[in-house]
Design a protein around this ligand. Structure first.
Ligand code: F0G
Length: 475
C-alpha cells in the first residue's frame, strides 16, 4: 500500500455552497477592507485559507455529540467526557476548560509570570507573546536558527536551540524564568515540528534548573505525525503513543481546540500540579466560567472530546498532511518560493522573495495576500512585519520571516480547490513586478494585524534604474 495515494477517510454528506465573485466585486471588497484580508466579509471569499482555526468540518459523530450536550451550570457530563479524552490522549490530570487558546494563555501567564520575568519560547505566537508581556514578562526567542531560514530543509525547524536556552539561564538566572513555552509544530515558522529528542533534552535542562515547561499543544498531533515520518525509532509507533510521549516530558499545556481537536470553538489549560490547577481554577471562575465549563457550552465540550479521539487516527493525519503536501509540491514545481520543508497546516509563501523588489516598509506579505484575493477570491493571511507589531520603543519589528500563509482548514476543501489555489498563485507570480506594496493608514493598539488598514503605495514615476514603474493591479 506504500505507493498508493492518500484519500480522505470520509465522504461528504452535506455541502455548503460558496459565492463566486467577479474581479470588480473583489476590487470593491478589498478597498472596503483596507487591504487587510482579516477585514473582508467571509461572504465575499471563494476559498478561505485565512486560518485553520475553528474552520474545521465536524464529523457526523461530533454533530451527534452536540445533541447530547448537557447544559447544566455545574458538573455537566460533557466536562467529564472531555476530561477523560484529555487524560487519555494528552496525559494531563487537571483540565481547565477555556473559551479558546488565548483564554488558557491568559490564565497561565497570570498565575506563572511576575514582573521582570523572562519567558523563552521557540519562536512566538501573537496571542501567547501578548499575554506573557501583559503579565510583566519579556519574551525571548530560543528557536534554532534554521527556523528563520525559509529554504533550509532541516526536518525539525521547531526545535529549541539548547545553547540559546542555556545562555538565557546563565544570563538572567533560572529564578527569573518561570517556564519555557514550547510550541509544537511552530505556526509562525511555517508549521515546523520539534523532534522528540529535542523535547526530551530541553525538558531535562529546564527541569534540572527548576524551570517548568508548558506546551502550546495546539498542533501537537500534527507534530506527532511528523515525528513518526521523520525521526528514527518512531516509525512503528502510533500517533496516539507519540502524542502521549511528547506530553509526558512536560508540565502541562495550553490548547486552542480549534485546530487539532477538530472543533469550531473551545480550548483548555491542562496541568499535572494540584496547586497550580487550583490557582488556575480560581482565575477561571473570574475570567471564563465555572470550573466544569470554563468558556464552553456542554455541547462544545462533547464535540471536542469526540474530535480529540478522531484527531489521532492515522488515516486522518495522512490525508490532512497529504492535502497540504499536494498543494506545496504543486507550488514548488511551479518555482514559487515557499517555506521548506512543507509544514502540516498550511503553505507559507516567502513574500520577501516573491516580491523581492519591495522594501519591508511596504509590507510585501500584506500586499501579496491582497493581490491573491484580488486575483481569485482566495483569502490568505500576512505573517510578517504587520503581525510582529512594534518593539518597546515603538519601532516596527521586521522579523526574518515575511510570509503569506495559505492555511488549510481540516476536512473542508477538495483537491480541486487546491488546484484553483495553485493557478491563482502562479498567475500572481507572473505579474509580481506590477505590485507596488502597501502603506499602513490605521493601526490599532493591540494585535494590529487583525484590524489595521492600508492604502496602495504609489510608486514614484521613475524607479532607481531610471525606468518607468508599472502601476499595481491592486490600485
Ligand atoms: N497558539 C497557537 C500556536 C495558535 O496558532 C493559536 C491560534 C493560538 C495559540 C491561540 O488560540 O485562537 O484559540 O485563542 N492561531 C490562530 C491562527 C488564530 O490562525 O493561527 P485561539
Amino acid at each position: 500500500m506504500q505507493n498508493r495515494s492518500w484519500a480522505e477517510p470520509w465522504r461528504i454528506k452535506m455541502v455548503e455552497p460558496i459565492k463566486m465573485t467577479s474581479f470588480s466585486d473583489r476590487e470593491k471588497a478589498l478597498e472596503k477592507a483596507g487591504f487587510n484580508t482579516f477585514l473582508i466579509e467571509a461572504e465575499d471569499v471563494y476559498i478561505d485559507l485565512l486560518t485553520d482555526s475553528g474552520t474545521t468540518a465536524m464529523s457526523d459523530r461530533q454533530w451527534a455529540g452536540m445533541m447530547v450536550g448537557d447544559e447544566a451550570y455545574a458538573g455537566s457530563r460533557n466536562y467529564y467526557n472531555l476530561e477523560r479524552a484529555v487524560f487519555e490522549h494528552y496525559g494531563f490530570t487537571h483540565l481547565i476548560p477555556t473559551h479558546q487558546g488565548r483564554g488558557a494563555e491568559h490564565i497561565l501567564s497570570q498565575i506563572m509570570i511576575k514582573d521582570g520575568d523572562y519567558v523563552p519560547g521557540n519562536m512566538y505566537f501573537t496571542t501567547t507573546k501578548f499575554h506573557q508581556q501583559h503579565a510583566g514578562g519579556t519574551f525571548v526567542d530560543v528557536i534554532v536558527d534554521e527556523a528563520h531560514q525559509p529554504s533550509s530543509e532541516f526536518p525539525f525547524k521547531g526545535n529549541v536551540d539548547i545553547e540559546k536556552m542555556q545562555a538565557l539561564i546563565d544570563k538572567v538566572g533560572a529564578d527569573k524564568i518561570p517556564y519555557l513555552s514550547l510550541e509544537t509544530n511552530v505556526n509562525m515558522a511555517g508549521g515546523q515540528p520539534c523532534s522528540m529528542e529535542n523535547i526530551r533534552t530541553v525538558c531535562e535542562l529546564c527541569h534540572a534548573h527548576g524551570i517548568k515547561v508548558f506546551l502550546d499543544a495546539t498542533r501537537a498531533v500534527e507534530n506527532a505525525w511528523f515525528i513518526k515520518q521523520r525521526e528514527a525509532g518512531f516509525e512503528t509507533k502510533t500517533v496516539k503513543e507519540i502524542l502521549l510521549e511528547i506530553c509526558s516530558h512536560t508540565d502541562g499545556c495550553t490548547m486552542s481546540g480549534k485546530k487539532d481537536c477538530l472543533v469550531n470553538i473551545g480550548g483548555f489549560l491542562a496541568v499535572n500540579d494540584d496547586e497550580l490547577a487550583e490557582e488556575a481554577r480560581n482565575m477561571l471562575v473570574v475570567y471564563e466560567g465555572l470550573h466544569t465549563y470554563g468558556g464552553m457550552a456542554g455541547r462544545d465540550m462533547e464535540a471536542m472530546a469526540i474530535g480529540i479521539g478522531e484527531s489521532v487516527q492515522e488515516e486522518h493525519m495522512a490525508s490532512r498532511v497529504g492535502q497540504v503536501e499536494y498543494l506545496g509540491k504543486k507550488l514548488i514545481d511551479a518555482g514559487i518560493p515557499i517555506v521548506r520543508p512543507i509544514g502540516s497546516h498550511g503553505i507559507f509563501l516567502n513574500a520577501q522573495e516573491f516580491l523581492s523588489h519591495l522594501p519591508r516598509e511596504l509590507f510585501p506579505a500584506q500586499a501579496l495576500a491582497a493581490e491573491i484575493y484580488l486575483d481569485s477570491g482566495v483569502r490568505t493571511m500576512e505573517r510578517g512585519a504587520v503581525s510582529a507589531g512594534r518593539d518597546a520603543d515603538g519601532n516596527n519589528i521586521y522579523p526574518k520571516l515575511e510570509l503569506v500563509r495559505l492555511t488549510i482548514p481540516r476536512r473542508v476543501y477538495t483537491q480541486a480547490h487546491m488546484d484553483v489555489v495553485t493557478e491563482s498563485i502562479i498567475s500572481v507570480w507572473e505579474k509580481r513586478s506590477e505590485i507596488t506594496g502597501l502603506e499602513m493608514v490605521y493601526e490599532p493598539k493591540r494585535l494590529r494585524f487583525f484590524q489595521s488598514r492600508f492604502k496602495v503605495s504609489q510608486p514614484s514615476a521613475v524607479d532607481e534604474d531610471g525606468c518607468k514603474c508599472c502601476s499595481s493591479t491592486v490600485s
